[in-house]
Design a binder for this molecule. Sequence first.
Ligand SMILES: *Cc1c(COP(=O)(O)O)cnc(C)c1O
Length: 432
Amino acid sequence: MPTPELPADPPTDRAFAEELDEQDPLASLRERFYIPEGDRYMDGNSLGLMSKDAEAALSRVVDEWRDLAIRGWGEADPDWFHYPERLGDRLAPLVGATESEVVVGNSTTVNIHTLVGTMLDAYGAETILVDDLDFPTDHYAIRAQLRQRGLDPEEYLVVAESSDGRTVTVDDVEAALVGNDVDIVFLPTVLYRSGQLLDVEAIAELAREHGALFGVDAAHSVGAVPHEFDANGVDFAVWCSYKYLNGGPGAVAGLYVSEEHFGSPPALAGWWGNDKGTMFEMRTTYDQAPDAGAWQVGTPPLLAAAPLDGALDVVEDAGIEALREKSVALTEYLVALTDARLAQHGFEVGTPRDPDRRGGHVALEHPEGYRISEALRDRGVVVDYRPPDVVRVAPSPYYVTFAEVWSVVDDLVEIAERSLYEEYERESGGVT
Ligand SMILES: *Cc1c(COP(=O)(O)O)cnc(C)c1O
């Protein structure tokens, strides 16, 4: 049963939302998750919820640690020694890669360091293109990698500028490529603030035409949006496991290296990137793993990897295409309700209206975004605020219902209509 298509102007009553839930082929997935009591959880793009599957996989490793201790590396089921490769094999279909091209290890930020550093070294690359709406850590890591090679970021970091402050178009990227001798293009798949899904395929082609490598930060899409990294010609990619993948806080991150780059020396080499066949010969010369496994650094954090193994059962049972369909239906419905009920109260949709250009969340812009998000929290609606005016609403397809989306909009109408946000302090600039 496919996710039903939404009519162009869906009815705005709650009964219609309930109808959508009744027809939702993925409705039962929600029962596999722990929803914090009283919450309507719209923050799965920051930290996905715990599933019973993830909990069980974690308990299993905890039990094995207690019962097997060091023997767990070989005797646990699945064994700990190959755990990162095994998770890589399971993630590969979600990003359109072969199993050997994907592994888990480190954090997303560390993976940006090692993969960008690797490409700089392997190809004598110097100039890197990013965009001005990026998640900050990407810029910090890339600037550091440039500096470590004596390349002044003021000169060697090219920043493509968004023309509307919300989105980065293929034209924006092209404008930044022309006249700058760019060696590496590194962009997000989905912008963390507006939720725009970039045209990975078109940008990959553009990068290729300009003789540049193309890397992506897919933290805001893996688990919600299917990717085709091999077919699109992406050279390397990084992503988090704790957002749409529901792998738990600080879960081990994912990385993809196209097989074209196998054998390039990792910028951050460590013994877990050594070939597993010779690793325990404990030689002091590095014998690089022949595949993406080479970009692991140290011992995998098993307790931060195990929940992902369980969480992936949920992804596989649902299927990434069906998850994407539901995700699009949820955001489509949210956009339609915003137009019908919130536009008159000063809300604007900051996310592209073309579902093919939208990731898993919707940016609701309002001059009082900060205080409105505070008011929502007090009602058990978990969202996050991103300066200057964005309330991010992420209806994760794993556990959010259409009725919840309806009720969040209904709360927003009340908060705006009665100016209830005025009871809250203005933003102080501290941690929100
Ligand atoms: C969440 C996020 C990160 C986080 O990186 P960590 O190393 O896991 O803290 C990086 N990039 C993007 C685009 C993100 O959305």
